[in-house]
Design a protein around this ligand. Structure first.
Ligand code: HEM
Length: 467
């Protein structure tokens, strides 16, 4: 123990906030972790160390250090930390999100890149999403006729699940679970992943599960598997029938791969993969859409420009097709600007240091959890001109994209663990946002002035059909 303490004290990282400071800020750290960490980084520096119990977390909020972690030493930071919660259902043994770099993880990534999220596969399933987009627009049109207020976050969430479940399974996942319940399940699973769990800091408490986080998570995963299992079984049965025609969805692709070689992926892994894809893909994309709509309503000039561009390119009142997006540079800039200011994964996903690694002259100790504060980087006035102003124009004649090559903007991460679903997320974001603003004018409820909006609150708005 003595040797360990001595070794630790040799690390040249500045001490970071004390336990007392962490406790004092704990409510804020829990409610708004990225903002609070950005505030603390002003005192403790852009490479900040938190040590609690047996766990060291390093929070990065400079581009130089981000680049060293996600590019220069990427192979040493490409594993994830494995919070206790991932051991529910042995998910850590199958999960694309939490597996370390390993043959199984490589196989799953290969399937994602080559099959599930390749341009060819996504093009083939465009029709499924087009159908869902029409349903969303019909639903909003009806609400517009009734003069109803739309909770944009909720509508976006439901639209994202529908888009994903049609792309994955060619059917509505939600009616089987109930829409409110599904939102609750996904919300709870995500919240559980982000909730500081005493067990992760003091592993000796594992058997007690003092906050009940593992118990709850197992319960919710159970509910999702209860829906997924019969769907997969039914598809396997139908595939045995003569004359079965593939539906071009991800389940058929995965079952084709599994039929060819169950070593590549088997039934159980398919279920765990869908769990990851649904949980990782729904809330992030819905949050991205809600925040972008919020910014556009807060900035009527940007809204007008985006609407004008779409109307002139595809005609007013039409849904924006995925193939239209290349001709809509302002819409693309709007999405980038929103991802800069409101990254849906504000601390990305935790990486784990494989060995001691030198980053910008400091030693990140082996086993440390590394978080990139994407939110703080996106709002840093030293990095972005007028960082707190929503200005899509900054991206109009710039080559900055979100593919993980520009370390000032990496909302989908970078390197070998970059978000595999980003090609689908990007399509959904443009498609939904473009269609919502090309089909409706949006007004805040209670005639609220856009200047008075709270940009972090839920967006409630009234759709008015465009002339
Ligand atoms: C706007 C929407 C989204 C954002 C901002 C986002 C962001 C991220 C980020 C930051 C990571 C970690 C990357 C890293 O460590 O470098 C990630 C990983 C991941 N994302 Fe996304 N994501 C989005 C949508 C999706 C969608 C739609 C899916 C699937 C349908 C998805 C599936 C995943 C998976 C499976 C991983 C784990 C990959 C691995 O660890 O190898 N994401 N995402």
């Amino acid at each position: 123990l003595h040797a360990r303490i001595r070794r630790k004290s040799n690390y040249n990282l500045p001490p970071g906030p004390s336990l007392l400071t962490i406790i004092r800020n704990s409510v804020q750290l829990y409610k708004k972790p990225q903002q609070t960490m950005a505030k603390l980084a002003k005192t403790y520096g852009p490479i900040m160390r938190f040590t609690i119990g047996q766990s060291t977390t390093i929070v990065i909020s400079s581009i130089e250090a981000t680049k060293e972690i996600l590019q220069t030493h990427e192979s040493l930071f490409s594993d994830r930390t494995n919070p206790d919660i991932t051991t529910s259902y042995n998910h850590n043994r199958y999960s694309l999100v939490f597996l370390p770099v390993s043959p199984l993880w490589q196989e799953l990534r290969k399937i994602c890149h080559g099959n599930l999220f390749s341009a060819k596969t996504l093009d083939a399933s465009t029709e499924l999403r087009r159908m869902k987009m029409k349903e969303l627009l019909t639903d909003i049109r009806q609400r517009s006729l009734n003069g109803e207020v739309v909770d944009i976050g909720r509508a976006a969430f439901m639209a994202c699940i529908n888009f994903l479940s049609y792309t994955f399974l060619s059917l509505d996942f939600v009616p089987s679970v109930g829409d409110g319940e599904y939102k609750h399940i996904v919300g709870t699973l995500l919240k559980a992943t982000g909730t500081p769990n005493l067990v992760d800091y003091f592993p000796v408490l594992r058997v007690f599960d003092p906050q009940g986080i593992r118990r709850h998570t197992t319960n919710y995963i159970d509910k999702l598997f209860d829906v997924l299992d019969p769907m997969i079984d039914e598809r396997m049965r139908r595939r045995q029938e003569k004359g079965y025609v593939t539906s071009h969805d991800m389940l058929d692709i995965l079952l084709d791969i599994s039929d060819q070689s169950s070593e590549k992926i088997h039934r159980k892994q398919i279920k765990h993969l869908f769990l990851d894809l649904f949980v990782a893909g729904t809330d992030t994309t819905a949050y991205g859409l809600e925040r972008t709509m919020t910014e556009l309503m807060h900035n009527p000039e940007a809204m007008l420009k985006a609407k004008k561009e779409i109307a002139e390119t595809i005609g007013v009142g039409n849904p924006v097709e995925e193939s239209d997006v290349a001709r809509l540079p302002y819409l693309q800039a709007v999405i980038k600007e929103s991802l800069r200011m409101h990254p849906p994964a504000p601390l990305l996903l935790p990486r784990r240091a494989k060995t001691d690694v030198q980053v910008c002259g400091y030693t990140v100790p082996e086993g440390a959890q590394v978080l990139i504060n994407e939110w703080a980087i996106g709002r840093n006035p030293g990095i972005w001109d007028k960082a707190h102003v929503f200005s899509p124009e900054r991206f109009l004649h710039s080559d900055i994209d979100v593919k993980g090559r520009h370390f000032k903007l990496t909302p989908f991460g970078s390197g070998r663990r970059i978000c595999p679903g980003s090609p689908l997320a990007v399509r959904m974001l443009h498609n939904m946002l473009g269609s919502l603003i090309n089909n409706f004018d949006w007004k805040l409820q209670n005639n609220m002035d856009p200047k008075d909006m709270d940009l972090d609150q839920s967006l409630m708005a009234i759709p008015l059909a465009t002339a």
